[in-house]
Design a protein around this ligand. Structure first.
Ligand code: ZN
Length: 217
């Protein structure tokens, strides 16, 4: 039995995994989907779904293609990536863009935080260890109780907006929305690159996280 093997039990506790019954759900899967925070895998005939919850995020994302072997399982259901915190007020991103412009030619960073009790958003400008036009070292905020990092945002100054190898290693273990703004000062700028970092993956955002944006990112 799994529970008799300490290593196997620890692995299963770190990433629980649930077969989907033929009718499509089980109390354990429902509890995971409703949880304030947690994660686990649902295994269905149509693939494996990572179910990840944070106070601000409800993410169901397939992590395998459909399984071709016969399985007496139900469907993992529909993917979702919903902001439980709601959309981020437009004014916050405008404040950050103004700050990034004022910091040119240097790169600059900012965080958008959210309080799960008051449901308020806040902008946090981090302590900067080093800022140049091509390099930025900044510290994540020390969070007070109930506060969560929703967005980690930095500028590439006049350079293009993309995720560098440094950005990839910075984002590897986080659960957050990561945004890069670049091409400040260009006629068609600034431009934005966006991704959701979760479960060790970088995922496309299905929609802009900002209120009033109609465009997909
Ligand atoms: Zn970068």
């Amino acid at each position: 039995m799994l529970a008799d093997d300490l290593t196997a039990a620890a692995v299963l506790a770190a990433m629980p995994c649930f077969p989907v019954p033929p009718h499509g759900t089980s109390p354990a899967i429902e509890a995971l989907r409703a949880a304030r925070a947690g994660h686990g895998l649902a295994i269905g005939a149509d693939g494996m779904m990572l179910i990840l919850r944070r106070p601000w995020l409800a993410l169901d994302v397939p992590v395998t293609p459909p399984i071709s072997a016969y399985l007496p399982y139900g469907s993992i259901g529909t993917p979702r990536a919903d902001l439980r915190c709601g959309l981020i007020p437009r004014g916050h991103i405008e404040e950050i863009l103004d700050n990034f412009r004022a910091s040119l030619p240097n790169e600059q960073g900012a965080f958008i935080l959210w309080n799960e009790t008051t449901r308020a958003f806040a902008v946090h400008f981090p302590d900067i260890d080093q800022a140049t036009p091509t390099r930025l070292v900044y510290r994540p905020p020390i969070l007070q109780p109930d506060w969560h990092v929703i967005c980690d945002i930095h500028s590439h100054g006049a350079g293009p907006a993309f995720f560098s190898a440094t950005d990839d290693s910075d984002d590897a273990h986080a659960t957050k929305i990561s945004l890069v703004f670049g091409r400040f000062g260009h006629p068609d700028g600034p431009s934005m690159a966006a991704r959701l970092c979760a479960g060790g993956m970088f995922l496309a955002l299905p929609q802009s996280p900002f209120a009033g944006d109609r465009h997909a990112t």
